[in-house]
Design a protein around this ligand. Structure first.
Ligand code: RB5
Length: 153
C-alpha cells in the first residue's frame, strides 16, 4: 500500500505524527505540500494529492489543513475522489466501509495527535463492503459523469 500525505500550514502539526505512524505500520508514504510548515494554499495541496490518488500512483490520500474542511473540498473536486473529513473513529471507518472513500481529511487545529492517528487507523483498517453500497457509491460517481456530459451540451 502506498499513501500520499499532504498538508498546508494549518495541518502541518499532524504531518510528522502521521508520517511516523505510517512508517511504524510498514506503509510506504510520501509527503506533499507544506512539508516545512510554510504558508501554503490548501486547494493546491488537496488537488495535487487527489490527482496522485485518482491516477493510481497512490492507493490512498491523507490530507490535513486547519479543519480538514478546505482541503477535503478541494480534493473532492477531482474526478474519482471520495474524501471524508472526519473527527471520530466511527465515521473514519464507515467512510471506507460504506462510501469507499479513497482519501481522508483531518484538521490540524481541531484534533490532537492521538485522535488523528486513531482516525488514520480506523480508515486504513476498514474495507469497502460493496453490495448495496456499490450502487450508491456508483450513484455519487455518476454525478461527475452527468456534469461532464452537461458541458458538451
Ligand atoms: C489556513 O489558515 C486555513 O484556512 C486552512 O488550513 C483550512 O483550515 C481551510 O479549510
Amino acid at each position: 500500500m502506498k499513501i500520499a500525505v499532504g498538508c498546508d500550514h494549518g495541518g502541518y502539526v499532524l504531518l510528522a505524527p502521521v508520517m511516523e505512524h505510517l512508517k511504524e505500520r510498514g506503509i510506504e508514504a510520501d509527503a506533499f505540500g507544506s512539508v516545512d510548515g510554510a504558508r501554503t494554499d490548501y486547494p493546491k495541496v488537496g488537488e495535487a494529492v487527489a490527482k496522485k490518488v485518482a491516477c493510481g500512483e497512490y492507493d490512498f490520500g491523507i490530507v490535513m489543513c486547519g479543519t480538514g474542511i478546505g482541503i477535503s473540498l478541494a480534493a473532492n473536486k477531482v474526478r474519482g475522489i471520495r474524501c471524508a473529513n472526519v473527527s471520530e473513529a466511527y465515521s473514519a471507518a464507515m467512510s471506507r466501509r460504506h462510501n469507499n472513500c479513497n482519501m481522508l481529511a483531518l484538521g490540524g487545529r481541531t484534533l490532537g495527535d492521538q485522535l488523528a492517528l486513531t482516525l488514520v487507523d480506523a480508515f486504513l483498517d476498514a474495507s469497502f463492503e460493496g453490495g448495496r453500497h456499490e450502487k450508491r457509491v456508483g450513484m455519487i460517481m455518476a454525478i461527475e459523469e452527468e456534469e461532464s456530459s452537461d458541458t458538451l451540451k
